[in-house]
Design a protein around this ligand. Structure first.
Ligand code: HPA
Length: 274
């Protein structure tokens, strides 16, 4: 068996008997949304450490577990803590949890993250619905022998962020009177933040926000025919756009500050996914 597929199926075997239910939505909790699951009566949790062969995050403050809950009646598996490429994992390990949540039954992948704003119309604290992405600066998680059981070799990427889900996000934001920007997310490898020249490059390429996750996950999900949507919390304006140097603390602080509104928005969106 293909090594990547073998590892994935090993993890699936390991979670299968622990699985409390079949999720419809897979929700990846980015910075700021880490405690989202605490606001619901969780029906089950699986610690990443308890899944044999599962990649475990090394970033301080990132809890690592799957949480299972009905949110507004919709069965959701939440990823509390994701792994990043810059931690040293292979791209196939980075997206293993996404593939695993698909195998659990999830049809929709809802991605969230904190990102740097590249578009001059953005402000720190804004939300941005992801309409498209550029992942060309990091290796594709689909490199290597194609895993036919998961998807096709050359997968279509013409509508990664599904139009219907985008409409739900717009409608929900309007209902809740939460302003939301829209734009293209660009994934860079990190872990260093960008230089001002790199930020200008991203802007010249048509990017609106920059980060170190998400796009590779959307590729793996598209490969497995999941419907994908995503929202970035613009935790800061990207390097060179303000006079202040960037710090992880600043990024986290803004992500935390927007958390209550972000939670409200995400819950409202999920209520329309049933
Ligand atoms: N750059 C890259 N990743 C980020 C940023 C940024 O400015 N802010 C939050 N994640």
């Amino acid at each position: 068996m293909n090594q990547v597929y073998g590892k994935l199926m090993g993890c699936y075997e390991s979670v299968k008997e622990k699985l409390p239910f079949r999720p419809k939505v897979a929700l990846v909790l980015g910075s700021g949304l880490g405690d989202y699951g605490d606001h619901f009566s969780v029906e089950g949790a699986i610690d990443y450490h308890d899944i044999e062969g599962f990649p475990v995050s090394t970033v301080a403050g990132h809890k690592g577990r799957f949480l299972f809950a009905h949110i507004e009646g919709v069965p959701v598996v939440m990823m509390q803590g994701r792994v990043h490429y810059y931690e040293g994992y292979s791209m196939t390990d980075v997206v293993l949890p996404i593939r695993l949540m698909r195998l659990m039954g999830s049809e929709i992948l809802f991605l969230t993250n904190a990102a740097g704003g590249v578009n001059y119309k953005f402000r720190a604290g804004d939300f941005m619905m992801i309409t498209d992405q550029i992942a060309s600066f990091v290796p594709s998680p689909l490199i290597g022998p194609n895993i036919e059981e998961l998807g096709v070799r050359f997968c279509d990427m013409s509508q990664v962020y599904q139009k219907e889900l985008q409409d739900i996000i717009r409608k929900t934001a309007r209902e809740l009177e939460i302003p939301i920007q829209e734009g293209v997310y660009v994934q860079l490898a990190g872990p260093a933040y960008e230089t001002p020249a790199e930020v200008r490059m991203v802007r010249a390429l048509g990017g609106d926000a920059v980060g170190m996750s998400t796009a590779c996950e959307a590729i793996a999900a598209s490969h497995m025919q999941m419907k994908v949507c995503g929202i970035s919390c613009i935790s800061n304006l990207a390097c060179g756009m303000t006079d202040t140097p960037l710090s992880h603390e600043e990024v986290n602080e803004m992500a935390e500050r927007t958390a209550p509104l972000f939670r409200k928005l995400v819950t409202g969106i999920i209520s329309h996914m049933g």
